[in-house]
Design a protein around this ligand. Structure first.
Ligand SMILES: [Fe+2]
Ligand SMILES: [Fe+2]
Length: 284
């Protein structure tokens, strides 16, 4: 199936993954930076399951808040809107997409392990380079490949063919998508992000995590996700991935190169964080 037919089909699919109503409303509400704190708290309180999961996340060992946060108002005051929104997106995306898997041969738990590892790596690089807000980098890393979930569930035969092309040619999944000229997972993902009313920064990170950023557009977060994605894939010896300075996204190349030179000093900690994060989400 070619790219145009896929685009048409996606537009007509009525059961694309959805976010819980409250999570969508939070995204919509926080498009306005002047939203009063009471409005956000009132809204979130309508979905206690999201509140509980969110508090569990921000208090988890790998999420990085030193003091214990026990109630919603305290969380919103202490963490700020953006961190709250990222936590809400994180828990609700995981909930919405975790159980779906209609394709034999696609290992959904491996997919989530990859996403979680990219999230942890992105947050680490963001914190070390001060190029992005760490919690936002975490969320962006977690959702960067969500388009693949749509592919698996709605275009299983396209997905199988892409996996075969990647395997046979020893190339990345994204290269296979270009070879077969299908609607690529980064664009499917940003399409979904738009429906979910995710913040622009997350939408851009999903859309451009394989490059292609236009001049004059901020490529920092997409660049951090691209590097983290490659690092995690190199770590797992996946075919077609390599990390050389010349192909690193320009927006982040300088600061990230410095951090990578010193990787021996931080990598064991990051690996432990990845294991803790995988454990956390698998229990959730
Ligand atoms: Fe990707
Ligand atoms: Fe990825």
């Amino acid at each position: 199936m070619n790219r145009h037919r896929m685009i048409k089909t996606i537009d007509g699919i009525s059961d694309l993954p959805t976010l819980p109503t409250v999570a969508m409303a939070v995204n919509s509400l926080l498009q306005d930076v002047d939203t009063p704190i009471e409005h956000l708290v009132d809204l979130l309180e309508k979905d206690q399951s999201i509140v509980l999961k969110m508090l569990r996340l921000v208090n988890s060992s790998f999420y990085g808040f030193k003091s214990r946060i026990t109630n919603l108002r305290h969380a919103v005051t202490l963490m700020g809107y953006s961190t709250v929104q990222n936590a809400v997106v994180t828990v609700s995306v995981i909930d919405s997409l975790k159980t779906k898997n209609a394709l034999k041969g696609f290992d959904i738990s491996r997919f989530w392990t990859h996403s979680i590892c990219v999230a942890v790596m992105s947050r680490h690089l963001a914190a070390q380079t001060c190029l992005a807000v760490p919690e936002e980098a975490f969320t962006a890393g977690l959702v960067h490949d969500i388009g693949k979930v749509v592919l698996v569930n709605h275009f299983p035969e396209v997905c199988l063919s892409l996996m075969e092309t990647a395997m046979d040619g020893n190339v990345t999944f994204y290269t296979a998508e270009k070879t077969e000229d299908t609607y690529p997972h980064n664009l499917i993902g940003s399409n979904l992000a738009r429906r979910w009313m995710l913040p622009e920064s997350l939408k851009m990170a999903i859309r451009h995590h394989h490059g292609g950023i236009a001049q004059g557009v901020d490529g920092t977060l997409p660049g951090l996700i691209a590097i983290s994605d490659t690092l995690v894939n190199v770590m797992n010896n996946l075919p077609g991935h390599r990390l050389i300075p010349e192909i690193m996204p320009e927006a982040v190349r300088g600061p990230v190169t410095g951090i990578l030179k010193d990787s021996a000093s931080w990598f064991p900690d990051v690996k432990r964080e990845m294991a803790a994060a995988c454990d956390f989400f698998n229990k959730g």
